[in-house]
Design a protein around this ligand. Structure first.
Ligand SMILES: Cc1ncc(COP(=O)(O)O)c(C=O)c1O
Length: 329
């Protein structure tokens, strides 16, 4: 787009509506003991402490998504996810705060690549909190993600048949509004970093941060928690929508995403040995907890990158939450 047009669109730009649901800015602090051990300048951004329904990255997305739900005058919000979905838990909390009904189609562990037979236990943890928030949980046997999306649509239609106004939110809250939340979140950083590392799955955290730092020296490195390399194509589907919300930036394609797939372990939703070791290392050097499905794997990727000399200088680990999954039974 010609520069003058881009500048004009930027001037005319009205940011999307947001309602406050979380405590921001989330804490940003140095990890002194681990920095010393690793020989790097390691920092952490504590979205695990944002205060919405036990914290996590979905809180930021929900500030924009729930504003849109209210604007649509919806009465019921329908989504879907795995049994230990952190998104459903935080959405349940947000709906409770706003007096809305939340309903979710759930599979213990949906898949694209079939998971190994020895699946972890998926009860308790987030599911317990979902039920405390009064989420209408509809359980289905394991199947593909597409099967789960069909079940979510059937659930939305069921509520509509009862006369309710329904708002549908995609898995993980990954829509352009969700990505915009992380585009804005970057403004909370008060110093520059060589690399920002975080867990990446449905793509809005990654897309928002990558847009915020496009054209800078900061590397935005997502550690994939899903095994399929095609997820980058799904991430790129968010890009045009985010450009519409935050005009003037680039439009990313799949190859623009810096994703490391080497730390997924046995599969999506299944803890890994290196993730569990990384979880213990951070807990025992800094007293900070990670979750076994997302952040532990991302932290394992960070430790591996440092050990191999690929990550140097000032590194930020963006903690995206997920702690209730530690209590899955
Ligand atoms: C704790 C945690 N970290 C990271 C992610 C990945 O975030 P995104 O879905 O925006 O890629 C998720 C998503 O489910 C999550 O629950």
């Amino acid at each position: 787009m010609p520069t003058i047009m881009a500048a004009r669109r930027k001037l005319e730009h009205v940011p999307p509506a947001r309602i406050p649901l979380i405590q921001t800015p989330t804490p940003l602090h140095r990890l002194d003991r681990l920095s010393r051990e690793l020989g790097v300048d390691l920092w952490i951004k504590r979205d695990d402490l944002n205060g919405l329904a036990m914290g996590g990255n979905k809180g930021r997305k929900l500030e924009y998504l729930m504003a849109d739900v209210l604007a649509a005058r919806a009465e019921v919000v329908v989504t879907c996810g795995a049994a230990q979905s952190n998104f459903i838990r935080q959405l349940g909390g947000a709906c409770a705060m706003l007096g809305l009904k939340c309903a979710a189609a759930i599979m213990p562990l949906p898949f694209d690549v079939e998971p190994p037979a020895d699946q972890p236990q998926t009860g308790g943890g987030n599911l317990l909190l979902d039920s405390l928030f009064g989420v209408d949980l509809r359980f289905h046997p394991n199947g593909t993600w597409d099967d789960l999306y069909s079940q979510a649509e059937a659930l939305a239609l069921e509520y509509e048949a009862l006369g309710a106004r329904v708002y549908r939110i995609p898995v993980g809250g990954s829509s352009p509004l969700g990505a915009y939340a992380f585009f804005e979140a970057a403004k909370e950083l008060d110093r520059t970093f060589d690399t920002i590392v975080f867990a990446s799955s449905s793509g809005s955290t990654h897309t928002g941060l990558a847009y915020a730092f496009a054209g800078t020296q900061t590397r935005i490195l997502g550690i994939a928690c899903d095994p399929e390399p095609e997820i980058a194509e799904d991430f790129a589907l968010l890009a045009p929508g985010l450009t519409a919300l935050a005009p003037g930036g680039p439009i990313f394609t799949a190859s623009d995403y810096d994703l490391d797939f080497r730390h997924v372990g046995p599969g999506y939703g299944i803890p890994s040995a290196t993730g569990d070791a990384a979880l213990k290392r951070l807990a025992q050097t800094e007293g900070i907890l990670l979750d076994p499905i997302y952040t532990a794997k991302a932290f394992a990727g960070l430790l591996d990158g440092v050990a191999r000399g690929l990550l140097v200088g000032r590194i930020l680990f963006w903690h995206t939450g997920g702690i209730p999954a530690l209590f899955a039974t």
